[in-house]
Write a protein that binds this ligand. Structure first.
Ligand code: KDG
Length: 335
């Protein structure tokens, strides 16, 4: 409709009309909109990072206008990634876990109890191993620009305190759409179901599931504590966020534009990590007041590890034994 209406005006302008009009409008006209889809709310450090990205990009160029859509308004992680493939969405910053449905190697990050702390996570992700993993989605139509932080995941539920692996027996848990997570929770005795993040709050509220697992900032900012009474400090896995842009769209940008976007994604990621760590501490303090908190003793943690050990072995071949070994060696190097 818009372009139809413009046609007459264009002919009125005389000489400028014709083939060149469109090209001229694209380069000197309106900025291109880059929409970012995230699943978490606008109170989450991921949103703060996305707003930092917007600020960094828009202060350097008039070529882009960044819009951040939170709370799964556009889509959940997996669906958003599919939109990137089709070129119908520009950017998403998902957990790596649902990305195993596109590239199985991403499963390394889902192996429970492998990354011991944030410093090791940074070293692994910011080194050659992380660089290699970042490029792996290109064949799938997505370009990875930077690693951000989701963080260590912790269990919540509405039915009972969980301080040992035996307490998991029969608990209905939501997991991300990822086979390793499903198998791990099965091995620990729970009853897991995969579900997209935007559906999670109402599933917890309606009691169709008993529990879920996410980092403290998410349990806090998505208000899960309002519908979950018990929190367990399981820290069972560290999930990164990966900053992804549609390859179709990316390929249409100049080198200069690509550099601006890449640098802004990395810089905003540093800010996101820093904020995430501050918020994780604050959130845990707050959650301890709202929920019954169970610490997991080292002895019990050993039993969680033992339960999932066969899952790690099982998935080595589906992920790729070489990638798994490389990942574990990188962790050891930085521990
Ligand atoms: O914005 C990120 C969320 O969409 C999601 O990745 C959060 O870890 C998450 C989960 O449990 O789905």
């Amino acid at each position: 409709e818009d372009t139809g209406g413009d046609t007459e005006e264009q002919t009125d302008t005389g000489e400028d009309a014709g083939d060149e009009t469109e090209a001229a409008e694209e380069s000197s006209g309106d900025a291109q909109t880059l929409r970012i889809s995230i699943g978490v709310t606008d109170a989450h450090p991921e949103y703060e990072g996305a707003m930092k990205f917007k600020e960094l990009v828009e202060e350097q160029t008039d070529d882009f206008e960044v819009e951040v859509y939170h709370s799964g308004q556009i889509a959940g992680d997996r669906e958003a990634a599919e939109m990137l493939q089709q070129g119908t969405l520009e950017i998403t910053i998902p957990s790596t876990s649902p990305m195993v449905n596109f590239v199985p190697e991403y499963g390394v990050f889902d192996l429970p109890f492998t990354i011991p702390n944030e410093e090791v996570a940074d070293a692994v992700l910011d080194g050659p191993f992380g660089d290699k993993m970042l490029g792996m989605l290109e064949d799938q139509g997505m370009v990875g620009l930077a690693w951000w932080e989701n963080g260590f995941r912790n269990l919540t539920n509405s039915s009972k305190p969980v301080s040992s692996v035996d307490d998991l027996e029969g608990l209905d848990l939501r997991t991300m759409e990822n086979d390793i997570h499903l198998d791990a929770w099965n091995a620990m005795g729970a009853n897991p179901t995969p579900m997209a993040f935007p559906e999670l709050f109402s599933a917890l509220q309606q009691g169709t599931i008993d529990g879920q697992e996410n980092p403290y900032p998410t349990i806090d900012t998505s208000n899960f504590y309002e519908v979950q009474d018990y929190l367990s400090g399981t820290n069972h896995v560290y999930t990164p966020f990966i900053f992804l842009i549609s390859k179709q769209i990316w390929d249409g940008f100049s080198e200069e534009q690509q550099t601006i976007l890449r640098e802004a994604a990395v810089e905003a990621g540093k800010f996101n990590r820093e904020r995430n760590r501050e918020v994780a501490d604050e959130s845990l303090e707050m959650l301890k007041e709202e929920m019954e908190f169970s610490e997991i003793t080292d002895e019990e943690l050993e039993r969680f590890r033992d339960a999932v050990e066969p899952v790690i072995e099982d998935h080595k071949s589906s992920i790729g034994a070489e990638v798994v070994d490389e990942y574990l060696a990188e962790i050891e190097k930085h521990e």
